[in-house]
Write a protein that binds this ligand. Structure first.
Ligand code: SF4
Length: 719
C-alpha cells in the first residue's frame, strides 16, 4: 500500500459539473484520486475521467520546454510539425522575446484588427482574465473568444435576450427537488455523469418524472416517462408546439405572466400554426406525445429544464434555446428552488472563461464592450488612458479564422484550445490556419493546432497550478497545485504576465499592472470591478466554493437566480419561426449526421488520448440504426466510409438502436477520423455557433485496410 506524501483537494479538470478531487501524491506523482462523501457538488462520486484520467500529466509526449520552429513559416505555406525534430528548444527568455517581438511588429504594422486570441475553457479564471486583459489592454482589440462559441453560444445569446443573464439559474443538485425534469439535447450520462446520477436519484428515490427530448436513445431514456425522439434540428417546432398546448389548454401561470414577463400577447398569436400535428410532420414525434409532454411539464409543482448542445449547436441555436425559455415563462417554473433553466455547461471552466470576459462582446462580468461606462471602468482598473480600450465588438472564434488573410487577422495566440479539431469543416479551417502570419500555441502537447505554430509555450495542467474554476452552476472553486511543474513548464498566468511586460515595454506604454504575486491577487483585481464577485475571496471559497452572485463579503452566495426579478427586468417572450437545418438530406447524402462526446473522452482529445482512458475507448465509431445498416449492407464492426460534401473519414460501424432511423452519430475526439471533417460551417446568425448537430452524409462499406488503425478495436466495458 502506497502512503501519500500529501493529499491535495482540488477540482476536476474535465466537465462543468466541477467535482471535488482529492489527489494522492507520492514523490511528486499523483497515484490515486478519491473524493469525500461530504463533497458539496458530487458527494464522493466521480466518473471514469475524474477518477482515472489524470495520467496525461506524466505522458512522455508532454512538452516541458519552450520550442521554436526550425523552419520559418510563411502565410499560405504554413505546415504542421508534430515531430520534435522540426522544433528547436529555446530558453524562456528567447521564446518570450521572440513572441513579443513578432506580436508587436504585426500590431505596429497592421493595427488592432490584425491581432486575435483564443482563451481556454480548461484554464483557470485567473489565466483567462489575464489573457483577455493582455489583448484588450495592450493590442486594443476585442478579437478575444474561446470555445463557448462552439458549445453554448446559442443558449448564452437567448438567455441574455430573454432574462439578461446567461448562466444556469439553479443548482444542479436541486434536481432532487424537481417533480418533473425535462432533459433536452443532453446526453447527460456521458457528458455530465454526476448530474445524471442525481437525476436518476430524483426519479428512483423521490418519484420525479423525466421527459427526454433527444434523437438518440440515450441512457436516460431507460428512466424516462416520455421520450420524444425528434429529428435533429427540429427543436423549435416541437418545443413551440408544447407551448401551443400549454396555452390552448390554459395550463399557463397567469400571475407569473402578468407580473414577470412581457410580449405575451404577440407570442400567443405566433403560436397559432404550431399545432402538435404540424410539429409531428416536421419532427417525427407523435402529436399525442407532444401533448403529454406539455401537460406533464406544465402541471409540475417544480418543473426544471436541463439542456445541452442538442439545443445550441444549430444554425438556429438561439431560437431553440428561446423555445425552451418560453416554456419556463409560461408555467412559472423559474425563480424558485427546484425549478429553472439550466444549460449544462461543457468544459470544467467554460462558465468561468465566459465570466472572465474571454468573449468578443464583453469585458469580465458580461459588461458590453460597446458601452462607454463599462470601457471607462476597465480603463481605470488597468491604468489605461481614457478612450484607450476598443469599443468595437470583436470577432468570434469562427470569424477569427475566416478573417485570416492579408488585410485581416495576421496573428493568433491560442491558449489550450484546438481549433483543428473543434471547428466545423476542418478542411476549410486548415486553409485558414495556413494563412496566418504568426501563431503561438500555449499548451501541454503539440496537438493538431499547435503543430501549425511558430512558437510553443509549455504550460501546466490543473495538477501543477493554483487558481479557480467556476462550474456549471456558478460555483467558484479552488484549484490547488499538487506538485511542481514538470521540466520548465510554467503556469499559464505566469507566462502571460511575463509576456505582457515584454510587450508593454516594447510599446512604451504605462503599465496595466502585471506584477501579481499570486492568482489570488489576479482574482481580487477582477472582483474589485465585477459586482457578481465582490464577495468572493480565496479565504471564503477554501472549503466548498461560493455560487455567484456574491454581492459582498457577508453574502452567502446564490443557489438559484431570479427569485424576484430578472436582470433585464421582465422576462421577454420572442415569437419564433421554424427554420430548417441548412443542409437537408437527399439521395446522394441520405443520413443526418449528429456529433457529440463519449464518456471516456474529452473534446479534441489532447488530454484523454494521452491517458489510459484511450485504451478504454481507442477508436471512433459511427452509430447507425439496424434498419439503415441492413439496407446499406453494413454489419456491426464493419469498416465504413462516411462522406459529406466537405470531407470523408473511415471508421467502424456500431449497429445500434441507440440512434434512430435516418440519423447517424459520431464522437468528435479522434484526430485520425475527425468528425469535423464532415460537419458544416453554417452559423447561427446571432450567436455565430456552427451547426454541429445536423448535416447530410452518406455511409457505405469500406475495407478494413482503409481504417486509420485497423488493429485497434473498441470493446467498451462498464466502470
Ligand atoms: S462528472 Fe465531470 S467533474 Fe465529475 S469527475 Fe466526471 S468529468 Fe470530472
Amino acid at each position: 500500500m502506497i502512503k501519500a506524501d500529501r493529499v491535495v483537494s482540488t477540482t476536476c479538470p474535465y466537465c462543468g459539473v466541477g467535482c471535488n478531487l482529492q489527489v494522492h501524491v507520492k514523490d511528486d506523482y499523483i497515484f490515486k484520486v478519491t473524493s469525500p462523501f461530504d463533497a458539496v457538488v458530487n458527494q464522493g462520486n466521480l466518473c471514469v475521467k475524474g477518477r482515472f484520467g489524470y495520467d496525461y500529466v506524466y505522458h512522455p509526449k508532454r512538452v516541458a520546454t519552450p520550442l521554436i520552429r526550425k523552419t520559418p513559416q510563411k502565410p499560405g505555406e504554413r505546415t504542421q510539425a508534430f515531430d520534435r525534430d522540426e522544433w528547436r528548444e529555446a530558453t524562456w527568455d528567447e521564446a518570450l522575446d521572440y513572441v513579443a517581438d513578432r506580436l508587436v511588429e504585426i500590431y505596429q504594422r497592421d493595427g488592432s484588427d490584425a491581432m486575435s486570441v483564443y482563451c481556454c475553457a480548461k484554464a483557470t479564471n485567473e489565466d483567462n482574465y489575464l489573457l483577455q486583459k493582455m489583448f484588450r489592454a495592450l493590442f486594443r482589440t476585442n478579437n478575444v473568444d474561446h470555445c463557448t462559441r462552439l458549445c453554448h453560444a446559442g443558449s448564452v445569446v437567448a438567455l441574455q435576450q430573454a432574462v439578461g443573464s446567461s448562466a444556469m439559474s439553479n443548482t444542479a443538485s436541486e434536481v432532487v427537488h424537481n417533480d418533473v425534469l425535462m432533459v433536452v439535447g443532453s446526453n447527460t450520462s456521458e457528458n455530465h455523469p454526476i448530474i445524471a446520477l442525481q437525476m436518476k436519484k430524483a426519479i428512483r428515490e423521490h418519484g420525479a418524472k423525466l421527459i427526454v427530448v433527444d434523437p438518440r436513445r440515450i441512457d436516460l431514456v431507460d428512466f424516462a416517462e416520455l421520450w420524444l425522439p425528434l429529428k435533429p434540428g427540429t427543436n423549435v417546432p416541437l418545443l413551440t408546439a408544447m407551448a401551443h398546448v400549454i396555452v390552448k389548454e390554459d395550463l399557463v401561470d397567469h400571475e407569473f405572466i402578468r407580473n414577470r414577463t412581457e410580449g405575451y400577447e404577440d407570442f400567443v398569436e405566433s403560436l397559432e400554426k404550431f399545432t402538435p400535428e404540424y410539429a409531428e410532420e416536421i419532427s417525427g414525434v407523435p402529436a399525442d406525445d407532444i401533448r403529454k409532454a406539455a401537460r406533464l411539464y406544465a402541471e409540475a409543482e417544480n418543473g426544471a429544464i436541463y439542456w445541452g448542445m442538442g439545443i445550441s449547436q444549430l444554425s438556429h441555436g438561439t431560437a431553440s434555446a428561446l423555445a425552451l425559455i418560453h416554456l419556463a415563462f409560461l408555467t412559472g417554473n423559474i425563480g424558485r428552488k427546484g425549478t429553472g433553466l439550466n444549460p449544462l455547461r461543457g468544459q470544467n471552466n467554460v462558465q468561468g472563461a465566459s465570466d472572465m470576459g474571454a468573449m468578443p462582446f464583453h469585458y469580465p462580468g458580461y459588461m458590453l464592450v460597446s458601452e462607454e461606462g463599462n470601457a471607462q471602468k476597465w480603463e481605470a482598473a488597468w491604468n489605461i488612458e481614457p478612450g484607450g480600450l476598443s469599443r468595437e465588438l470583436g470577432l468570434t472564434t469562427t470569424e477569427i479564422l475566416t478573417h485570416a488573410h492579408p488585410g485581416g487577422v495576421r496573428a493568433l495566440f491560442i491558449m489550450g484550445e484546438n481549433p483543428m479539431m473543434s471547428e466545423p469543416n476542418l478542411n476549410e479551417t486548415r486553409k485558414h490556419m495556413q494563412e496566418l502570419e504568426f501563431l503561438v500555441s500555449q499548451d501541454l502537447f503539440i496537438n493538431e493546432s499547435g503543430a501549425f505554430a511558430d512558437v510553443f509555450l509549455p504550460a501546466t495542467p490543473f495538477a501543477e497550478k493554483d487558481g479557480t474554476f467556476t462550474n456549471t452552476d456558478r460555483r467558484v472553486q479552488r484549484v490547488r497545485q499538487a506538485h511542481p511543474p514538470r521540466g520548465q513548464a510554467r503556469a499559464d498566468w505566469k507566462i502571460i504576465c511575463d509576456l505582457a511586460q515584454r510587450i508593454e515595454s516594447r510599446l512604451g506604454r504605462d503599465t496595466a499592472k502585471w506584477d501579481y504575486a499570486s492568482p489570488e491577487e489576479v482574482f481580487a483585481e477582477m472582483a474589485s470591478v465585477v459586482p457578481d464577485f465582490a464577495g468572493v475571496t480565496y479565504e471564503r471559497i477554501e472549503k466548498t466554493g461560493l455560487q455567484y452572485p456574491v454581492w459582498d463579503k457577508e453574502h452567502p452566495g446564490t443557489p438559484f437566480l431570479f427569485a424576484e426579478f430578472f436582470p433585464r427586468g421582465r422576462g421577454k417572450f420572442t415569437p419564433l419561426d421554424y427554420v430548417p437545418a441548412v443542409e437537408p438530406v437527399d439521395d446522394e447524402y441520405p443520413f443526418i449526421l449528429t456529433t457529440g462526446r463519449v464518456l471516456e473522452h474529452w473534446h479534441g482529445g489532447t488530454m484523454t488520448r494521452h491517458s489510459q482512458l484511450n485504451t478504454l475507448y481507442p477508436e471512433a465509431r459511427v452509430e447507425i440504426h439496424p434498419a439503415d445498416a441492413e439496407l446499406h449492407g453494413i454489419s456491426d464492426g464493419m469498416a465504413v466510409k462516411v462522406t459529406s460534401r466537405r470531407g470523408e473519414i473511415v471508421v467502424r460501424a456500431s449497429v445500434t438502436e441507440k440512434t434512430t432511423v435516418g440519423v447517424v452519430f459520431l464522437p468528435w475526439h479522434f484526430h485520425e477520423a475527425a468528425a469535423n471533417l464532415l460537419t458544416i460551417d453554417a452559423l447561427d446568425p446571432q450567436a455565430k455557433i456552427p451547426e454541429f448537430k445536423a448535416c447530410a452524409v452518406q455511409v457505405f462499406p469500406a475495407r478494413d485496410s482503409d481504417l486509420p488503425n485497423p488493429d485497434v478495436v473498441l470493446e467498451r466495458g462498464r466502470y
